[in-house]
Each structure stands twice: as structure tokens, then as C-alpha cells.
Design a binder for this molecule. Structure first.
Ligand code: ADP
Ligand code: MG
Length: 612
């Protein structure tokens, strides 16, 4: 019997392995640029022909290689960057697998010219299909130049899979931009078919990190980005978050520039994306995307870099803390620039410290701004009732006696008649069945009732979804509702969550549901109407990200149960509504960003009456 198992010849094995690392020209560009960065280059030039299909050349003025290293670098698992598995835990370089050059040399014609600074002469090596075609000593500038021609020349199937030059170039430039953003100190030049696409200097040595990054963003995306950027800076012992977010008004309909880097390595993370997008929360519409360039730095032992060569996902050992700090950093940045209702200045350092057990460098308090709006108050969590909130103006937003106070939970609210030592309930009025007006010490507030209900319902629904225990009010006469196929498909897999929200739905058979109970506190009492509105809302929310499923559901539910026919509220009911609104985490806006209330100052009245 003859042996069936055979070892594959090296070049075939390399070719197979290469498929893992090199999918398209952009993969080669990424690997070569990262090698130059790892070699501490200060100038890197990228030259492309036909979107990299015909030619990719990366030259740098980095460390260069001696003759032996030049030969070795094309061997699989040849790397100067780690020596043992443990080194992975302390990784500071981009590369570490020693696979890239071997892979590229398996599926292209590669020429390397390199000289280390210590040597007088350099080395030239020509590789083709993993074979050394030439090796010689040459005169060469210090640094490394690698030229990759005719990618996939020996793998026609792969070559055929490449897309148009426009698409491939887009991928290439995307990789380039990631590297360029992560290394603002390095100068870059990019040429495609002899046309210069980018030329950018490295930031001056004495430029701050923030200034260097700003300059880099402007070079990559244009002058107009200068005014769009809001700096983010948050440092704890555990993680440092810095960089920029785009102002909400420049959010785009399509995904634009959203970059996370962890220890200067570009990563994708729907988890962190969620942290940022919820920090923008009501400031940008659900269907538009703010931009961000955020750099996280943390001890390499706190992350698991995916060992797979092309994956950009990583795992944090403590992802909840990272989430909380990123979220807080973005909120604070928005707040500092008076972009968002600045609710969270004081509590956040405390929250971060609680999360990470780490000490926090507090940011300077924001300057108070005129004219007065509830947004201007920086200490909401540290007060014990909404009325007090508005009265804080007297004392200025930065109140030493309040900072450092424990962060109350949202239901920690003192009914307002007990506030501030003032006797008796403060006056409230209802207007046209849809507005509530309440007197404040220095003015009054107008609350849109159904918007307030929407906000309250939204936060309650979110909490119920988390806990899975929304109370339901049984229907005396369960009602059957038959759904269309499209509605059924939508509702069917949400049934458990809808029940968690207190909407007790039973499957009657076919596409018919029986409504056995309604969420407690629903302003609507017609179950059919609620279900109908809910489905309509769900259809509009459907584009929502998976992670935001709860938010989408909570929004839909809140809207469906807050639409109430006009009805007169008693003063205690109005007080109750106001209390519940201000117990919300974000009382000033509905989940979709519409204001829930407007405040008027006595000074404004005085002005209109021309009292001088
Ligand atoms: P890795 O980057 O994972 O170590 P590569 O195959 O990309 O693996 O590179 C192999 C080795 O070749 C690197 O470890 C480095 O020592 C050397 N090398 C590659 N590119 C350069 C460069 N531009 N300058 C200096 N050395 C380089
Ligand atoms: Mg590498």
C-alpha cells in the first residue's frame, strides 16, 4: 500500500497561507505600511499603479535590515518583533506574526532593497512565487523599499475576484488613512498612476498629540474639518481615551469617518461604537452617523489581539469599564463644548472611578454660559429635585457643596412641594390639554406633555427590557388582532421582549395574536390601537443596529403608549408627571431629540415688557 499523505511543497503551502493574509491590494498596502511604521520610519512613500494590482511600492527611512535579516524576512514566521508567546501580552508593534512578507512573496513578484543605518552597503533581493530569484549587494539609501508587482500573477482565481480599480483603490486608501491617522508624527506621500493623492508632513516634535492629530485629520479630510472637531480627553489609570469627535451637526447620512484605535492599532468594535453613539444619543438622528477619531491606550496585557492575521476585532479583558469610560469621555466632550445638555460633569469622574477602581484626573469645570437654559446646569445628578435644579442658577453652576455628593439613582426625587423649604405646592397649570406650565423661582417652564410621557416611557421600557419584568395590566376582554405577513414577521421574534415590556401577547393561531394585557401606565387604552402604532413605529425603527434593539423597541413602545387623547390632569397628577420627567436620565429631550420643555426667565419677561 502506498503512502497517501504527503507534505505540500513549500510554495504551495505559502500560497494557501497567503490567502489568509492577502485578499486584495489593500492588504499588501496595510502590511507594508505597518512594517515601515514598526521600523520607526519618519517618511513613508506609497506608490501605486492600477490600484495596486500592477504595482505597490512602499519606501521608508526606517531602521532597514542587514543582509541576513533581508533574506530571513521572507521566511514564514520570521519576525524580529516577538520571541515567545508571552511577548504577545506586551505587544507594542503592529506586526508580530512574521507572515506578511512570506505571504506576499508567495503570490507576487517582490523586490526588496534595504540598508540598515550601521551598514555601508545594502541588499537587494528579488522573490517570485516564494523563490529567491536574485540576491546581491547594492548601494542603497538607509531604510527599506519593497516593490510588489503583479499581485496574484500565479493565482488567477484570486486575480479575477478583484473589483474595479475604483473599488480597490478605495480599500487601499482606507488602509492608508488608518495608518496615517495613527501616526501623525510620520510624513506620508501617496502616488497613484503618477498622480499625487496625498502629501503630508509629520507633526513637529513639540506639537501636542491633540494638535498633531488635528493637523492629520485636516490633511486627510480637508480644511473644513478643522471647525468640526471637538477634542476628547479622558485619562484614568486604566485607560486613556483621546482624540476627536465630530460636532453633531456634521453627522452624515452615510457612515463617514469612524475610527477607533487601541494602542495605535485600528480596530472595529460595534460595542465601542454603541458607547459613542449613545453618548451622542439625542443629538444626532438615528439614521445619521457622527464621526470620531478616538485613540484608546491601555496596558497591552488588558487586551487580546485577535491572532487571526486580518481581523480587526480585539477583546478587552474588562470591556464594561472601557465602554463606560469611552461613553463618559464623549459625553463630557460634548458637554464641555456646550453641545449637549451638560448633565454629567460632576457624576462622571465618580462613575468612572467606581467602574475602574482607578483614580481620575478631573477635567476643568465648564464655563457657565448665557442665556440661561436648563442645559447649562452642570450638576443635575447632585440635586434632589427638579425645582432645585432650576433654582441653582442663583448659586452658579459650580457648587462646591454639591460636588462630591453621591450620585442619586433616577428615582431618587423629592416631591417638589417639599423642596427648598418653601411651604406649599408651587403652582402648575395646564394649557390646551397639551402643555403643563409650572412656576420656577425665576421664571417658568413649559412642558410638552406627550413628549414628556415619551421620555418617561422610553427610560422605563429600557429598564424593563434589561430586567425583563414590565408589569402588565390584564385586559378584561382579551382582544384578537390579525396581522399581515410582514407585521407578523416583525412581531414574532419580538414577542418575549414585548412581554417584558408588559404587553401580554399570546399567539392565538395563524397570524392572530390575543392581547391579554397592556403595559401599566399606558396612556392609550385601546389595545388594537397600541399594537397598530407599535408595529408602525417598529417598521420605522427597523434599520436599527442589533445592539440597539432594546433602544429601538423602547422608543417604539414609548411612542405608542404616550399618545393619549386630551384629558385634564389634576395638579397632583401634573406634579407627578414633572417629578417623573426629572427623574429621567435625560429629561430635556425625547429619545428622538425633540425638546420636552422650554424655560422662560423672568428677565426675559422683563425684557419683553420693556422694564429695562
Ligand atoms: P512581522 O511584521 O509580523 O514581524 P513581516 O513578514 O511583516 O512580519 O516582516 C518580517 C520582518 O521583516 C519584520 O519582523 C522586520 O524585522 C522585517 N521588516 C519588514 N519590513 C521592514 C521594514 N520596512 N523595515 C525594517 N524591517 C522590516
Ligand atoms: Mg509586518
Amino acid at each position: 500500500m502506498s503512502d497517501l499523505i504527503r507534505l505540500l511543497p513549500d510554495h504551495v503551502a505559502n500560497q494557501i497561507a497567503a490567502g489568509e493574509v492577502v485578499q486584495r491590494p489593500a492588504s499588501v498596502v496595510k502590511e507594508l505600511l505597518e512594517n515601515s511604521v514598526d521600523a520607526k520610519a519618519t517618511h513613508i512613500t506609497l506608490v501605486l499603479k492600477e490600484a495596486g494590482r500592477a504595482l505597490i511600492q512602499v519606501s521608508d527611512d526606517g531602521a532597514g535590515m542587514g543582509m541576513n535579516d533581508a533574506r530571513l524576512c521572507f521566511e514564514r514566521h520570521a519576525t524580529s518583533k516577538i520571541r515567545a508567546a508571552d511577548d504577545l501580552l506586551a505587544l507594542r508593534t503592529m506586526g508580530f506574526r512574521g507572515e506578511a512578507l512570506a505571504s506576499i512573496a508567495a503570490i507576487a513578484q517582490v523586490e526588496l532593497r534595504t540598508r540598515s543605518h550601521a551598514d555601508d552597503l545594502g541588499t537587494r533581493i528579488v522573490m517570485e512565487g516564494s523563490q529567491v530569484r536574485a540576491q546581491e549587494i547594492v548601494a542603497a539609501p538607509a531604510g527599506t523599499a519593497i516593490t510588489v508587482r503583479n499581485l496574484f500573477y500565479n493565482v488567477p482565481a484570486r486575480r479575477q475576484f478583484l473589483k474595479s480599480d475604483a473599488v480597490e483603490l478605495k480599500h487601499v486608501l482606507e488602509e492608508f488613512q488608518r495608518v496615517a491617522l495613527a501616526h501623525p508624527g510620520t510624513a506620508f506621500q501617496v502616488l497613484h498612476n503618477e498622480e499625487e493623492l496625498f502629501r503630508m508632513p509629520g507633526a513637529a516634535d513639540d506639537a501636542s498629540e491633540a494638535a498633531a492629530l488635528r493637523q492629520r485629520v485636516v490633511h486627510l479630510y480637508g480644511r473644513r474639518y478643522d471647525e468640526r472637531l471637538v477634542p476628547v480627553e479622558e485619562a484614568t489609570d486604566f485607560v486613556r481615551v483621546q482624540g476627536y469627535i465630530g460636532k453633531p451637526e456634521f453627522a452624515k447620512r452615510s457612515r463617514g469617518e469612524q475610527y477607533f484605535f487601541v494602542n495605535r492599532r485600528f480596530i472595529r468594535s460595534s460595542y465601542l461604537e454603541h458607547a459613542v453613539r449613545t453618548a451622542f444619543d439625542e443629538l444626532v438622528g438615528r439614521d445619521s452617523y457622527p464621526s470620531w477619531f478616538l485613540f484608546l491606550e491601555l496596558d497591552p496585557s488588558q487586551i487580546d489581539i485577535n491572532i487571526h492575521p486580518t481581523k480587526t476585532e480585539i477583546k478587552f479583558r474588562d470591556d464594561r469599564t472601557v465602554y463606560a469610560i469611552v461613553h463618559a469621555a464623549v459625553r463630557r466632550a460634548l458637554g464641555r463644548f456646550n453641545i449637549s445638555p451638560s448633565l454629567d460633569f460632576e457624576p462622571e469622574p465618580a462613575m468612572i472611578a467606581a467602574f475602574s477602581g482607578a483614580s481620575v484626573q478631573p477635567m476643568p469645570a465648564p464655563a457657565p454660559i448665557q442665556p440661561w437654559r436648563p442645559q447649562d446646569l452642570g450638576v443635575r445628578h447632585a440635586v434632589t429635585g427638579w425645582q432645585q435644579l432650576f433654582d441653582l442658577r442663583d448659586r452658579g453652576p459650580a457648587m462646591p457643596e454639591l460636588s462630591g455628593a453621591p450620585v442619586p439613582t433616577p428615582d431618587h426625587v423629592v416631591p417638589m412641594r417639599e423642596l427648598d423649604g418653601e411651604p406649599g405646592p408651587r403652582p402648575v397649570f395646564q394649557l390646551h390639554g397639551s402643555y403643563i406650565i409650572a412656576q420656577l423661582r425665576h421664571g417658568f417652564v413649559v412642558i410638552d406633555r406627550s413628549r414628556a410621557l415619551e421620555r418617561i416611557g422610553y427610560e422605563r421600557a429600557l429598564k424593563q427590557l434589561e430586567l425583563g419584568n414590565g408589569p402588565s395590566q390584564a385586559e378584561l376582554f382579551p382582544r384578537n388582532v390579525e396581522l399581515s405577513a410582514a407585521d407578523w414577521a416583525l412581531v414574532e421574534d419580538l414577542l418575549p421582549e414585548l412581554r417584558a415590556l408588559g404587553l401580554d401577547l399570546q399567539v392565538f393561531g395563524g397570524r392572530t395574536l390575543t392581547v391579554c394585557g397592556m403595559p401599566v401606565g399606558s396612556a392609550q387604552d385601546d389595545p388594537e390601537r397600541v399594537l397598530e402604532q407599535l408595529i408602525e413605529q417598529l417598521h420605522t425603527e427597523r434599520g436599527a443596529l442589533k445592539l440597539e434593539r432594546h433602544a429601538a423597541l423602547a422608543r417604539s413602545m414609548a411612542r405608542s403608549i404616550s399618545m393619549r387623547p386630551d384629558e385634564t390632569l389634576s395638579p397632583p397628577q401634573m406634579h407627578d408627571l414633572i417629578d417623573r420627567l426629572f427623574a429621567c436620565e435625560m429629561p430635556y429631550y425625547t429619545p428622538s431629540g425633540k425638546p420636552t420643555l422650554i424655560t422662560y426667565g423672568l428677565d426675559e419677561l422683563a425684557q419683553r415688557f420693556e422694564r429695562g
